[in-house]
Design a protein around this ligand. Structure first.
Ligand SMILES: *[C@@H]1O[C@H](CO)[C@@H](O)[C@H](O)[C@H]1NC(C)=O
Ligand SMILES: *[C@@H]1O[C@H](CO)[C@@H](O)[C@H](O)[C@H]1NC(C)=O
Ligand SMILES: *[C@@H]1O[C@H](CO)[C@@H](O)[C@H](O)[C@H]1NC(C)=O
Ligand SMILES: *[C@@H]1O[C@H](CO)[C@@H](O)[C@H](O)[C@H]1NC(C)=O
Length: 496
């Protein structure tokens, strides 16, 4: 031990010889380091917040805002819509509006030797209206190469594409993954994929990033609306192919988690149901990985799902009134959520802390929940396979029973469907991704190699942890903290 340390110090000493050593002064860093938000007295009163909930919302908002690269979409000029030129007709979905080929990575926490680009492009919402949204491409240092049959690639081939559909982040511009220092899911997916040699093409679902269309109208985030999220994802591919000709493979695998697991599943359904809208994507699609997928909109926590869906539902059903789902308290707190652009943490404080926010009879007094479920939920439809579904049994947000029942119904209705259902005992929500990372990375590579899936048709497989499950860390309890200023550089092992 001593010898090793001495050798290391010796080596460092050698390296430093002749170098004018300049170590910057170190400063303690808080997680709310780039924001000093406080609620006004009026906001606290109108939303009937206790002292403790008010302080919690401030702490979370300061943390969330400190995670925004370049201050986030409300301050970052990248998210400003370019004017519509060439007004010969309505702009088509999948049109590239803006490309930032080199996004300054210094404000992000992306891994070293990955690179970031961002795009603005058009998509369509549930009712077919063309709207703008944003997205990113995360590039690997070395693209993964394949030797299999027709998919053989070499050093001048484009990078293989994974289309990443993100898990729930919120419903406002500041909740867009493309403006989050860790691209929201960090090492759980986009970083893991880029480090494994894939170019990660990722939409921000409509309403995140950009919230106003050219005519000034609001762009609602249609939470958990499978077909709309599928549009956002599939049109992101068109825009990315257009932005980077010859650099992104036409073959792709779509991977998503939670809201994005539902979105990835919906991509498979859209390719089956609407092939004429997505001919290149139908040809290029090699498979789908749906992690902890949302397949039943209202099976989630009503205190979160009802406000998030309800706050824009009048744009889908014009006679909908939020009063039919939420109490006056719920409505006041939803207004505050919008004012602070709150994400998941603020949402939990507002709706799960105290007081009744949801009307118990919301589903009896209004037909809108049942109708939105039919319109929005993924599953129980024909889909383009193969699909790998991952689901932990200890998932609090997407319950195992919900996914199990969707898989069963889908397989009963479409017995020939290529669906592999991986059950992960003792595994929680987001941890379903790291728990099985080697497995899904291998599954993706096999699709690019052109290998057939291990077994035809629908089947289920239950995994077992290598060690007794009690030995494992259940939930993630850390995050990549930005340390990009010299006074914080001591936080990065042998960093800058
Ligand atoms: C801190 O926030 C400000 C204002 O929102 C923003 O302009 C700046 O880029 C942020 N700093 C970093 C290092 O991201
Ligand atoms: C490399 O792959 C590209 C297609 O990805 C192909 O057009 C080209 O002929 C290949 N080059 C060699 C030397 O095999
Ligand atoms: C379609 O959606 C847009 C934006 O979400 C909304 O402004 C418009 O009223 C909707 N149209 C119909 C016919 O519902
Ligand atoms: C809501 O009501 C519909 C019938 O109107 C029913 O199919 C659905 O299961 C109900 N959903 C919930 C969450 O109770």
């Amino acid at each position: 031990m001593y010898l090793a340390t001495a050798a290391l110090l010796g080596a460092l000493a050698c390296v430093r010889l002749g170098v004018d050593a300049q170590v910057p002064p170190a400063t303690p860093q808080s997680t709310g380091f780039n924001s000093s938000f406080t609620l006004s007295h009026e906001q606290v009163q109108l939303a009937q917040l206790s002292e403790s909930v008010a302080r919690s919302i401030e702490a979370i908002t300061n943390y969330d805002r400190s995670q925004l690269a370049f201050g986030g979409p409300l301050e970052d000029d990248f998210y400003t819509l370019p004017p519509l030129t060439n007004q010969a007709g309505p702009v088509a979905p999948g049109t590239l509006l803006k490309v930032q080929p080199v996004t300054d990575p210094t404000s992000y926490v992306i891994p070293p030797n990955t690179a970031l680009s961002r795009i603005l492009y058009t998509t369509t919402n549930l009712n077919g209206t063309v709207i703008p949204t944003s997205g990113f491409v995360l590039w690997p240092y070395q693209p993964r190469r394949f030797s299999g049959g027709s998919t053989r690639t070499n050093s001048s081939s484009p990078a293989p594409v994974v289309l990443w559909t993100h898990g729930a982040s919120g419903t406002f511009p500041n909740n867009s993954p493309s403006s989050h220092r860790a691209l929201w899911f960090g090492y759980a997916a986009p970083f893991a994929l880029a480090l494994d040699g894939y170019a990660v093409v990722a939409p921000d679902y409509a309403g995140l990033g950009i919230s106003k269309s050219w005519d000034g109208s609001d762009i609602p985030h249609e939470f958990l609306a499978g077909p709309a999220a599928a549009n956002d994802a599939l049109y992101a591919l068109c825009a990315a192919w257009d932005a980077f000709p010859g650099m992104l493979s036409s073959d792709f695998v779509v991977v998503g988690h939670s809201q994005g697991g539902g979105a990835a599943w919906a991509v498979s359904e859209a390719l089956e149901a609407r092939p004429d809208e997505f001919p290149r994507q139908v040809r290029g699609h090699r498979g789908t990985v749906a992690g902890s997928p949302t397949t039943d909109v209202f099976a989630g926590l009503p205190e979160v799902v009802l406000p998030w869906v309800g706050m824009v539902l009048d744009k889908v059903f014009s006679d909908f009134r939020l009063e039919s789902w939420l109490t006056p308290l719920g409505i006041a707190r939803t207004k505050l959520l919008g004012e602070v652009q709150g994400g998941i943490g603020v949402t939990q404080q507002l709706y799960l802390s105290d007081g009744d926010v949801v009307k118990a009879d919301y589903n009896e007094t209004s037909w809108h929940a049942a109708a939105y479920h039919r319109l929005a939920s993924s599953g129980r439809k024909a889909f383009k396979g193969p699909m790998l579904v991952l689901q932990g049994t200890d998932d609090l947000y997407v319950r195992y029973e919900t996914t199990d029942s969707t898989v069963r119904d889908t397989c009963d209705s479409f017995p020939g469907a290529e669906l592999e259902f991986l059950v992960l005992p003792g595994v929680a929500h987001v941890p379903a991704l790291p728990a099985t990372q080697p497995l899904w990375l291998r599954w993706i590579a096999d699709r690019f190699e052109g290998r057939p899936v291990a077994r035809d048709g629908c089947h289920r497989r239950k995994l077992k942890s290598f060690l007794p499950i009690e030995q494992y860390q259940v939930h993630g309890n850390s995050f990549p903290q930005w340390a990009g200023s010299p006074e914080y550089s001591y936080q990065v092992p042998l960093g800058p």
